[in-house]
Design a protein around this ligand. Sequence first.
Ligand SMILES: [Zn+2]
Length: 255
Amino acid sequence: MIGIEAEDFLSLVEAAHQDPANVRGAVNAYMVESGGETWMIDSGTGPIFGPTLGHMPEVFATLGTDLGSVSKLIVTHLHGDHIGGATMDGKPIFPNAEMIVTEADRAFWTNDEIKAQFPEQFRGMFDLAKATLAAYGDKLRVIEGEADVAPGVTARPMPGHTVGHTGYMLESGSDSLLVWGDIIHVPAVQLARPEVTIMFDTDKEQAAATRADLMTALAGTGQRIAGMHMLFPGVGYLDTLGDGYHFVPEPWAYL
Ligand SMILES: [Zn+2]
């Protein structure tokens, strides 16, 4: 994390009852069932982040849902923890899905000149994005701005974390859910200190500004929110708390 002193980081993590030596994170992908169709928003990590992640196919099996029934894979941005699960052995894990990505992210993560400007340790991210987009081939759908991506689903550009980082607003009657992608990576830290960024932000200043604007607009409104790195159940509501924010998780419906 960038823009925070170590002792502040430790006190925030401890205040959240987390072990500073082993801060827990979540990587969520969201399944949407609508009008007889099944859509996914992101695909999780797949096998690339080790054994504690990448269990999305098992969840499908538990639910009795066929991976082939997914008709849309709606992507927030082209990082490995969001598209690593989109392919298996180089083929789409959702064989019948169109993959929806922003033109800004597609252009950035497939650009060899930009790739060459990044340190070696980041270049694999470009290779993964390119390979994943190629695997979906002519099933790729590129969007720009506030595009309608599916009935009731509208793109909401939230640039900074990546150039094309995009959230999605899901609306059904008077109900709605804003999937804000990677607006927050470490809830224990960034809810209290939204100005803190992360090394994976492509444009840290823009990422912090986008986060600040969005959280100001959402706090206290009762808007239901989902986030890829919000802790279980990954759905809740944003309220202000002191100089920062508090995420109130939605009570989990066990049945
Ligand atoms: Zn992420």
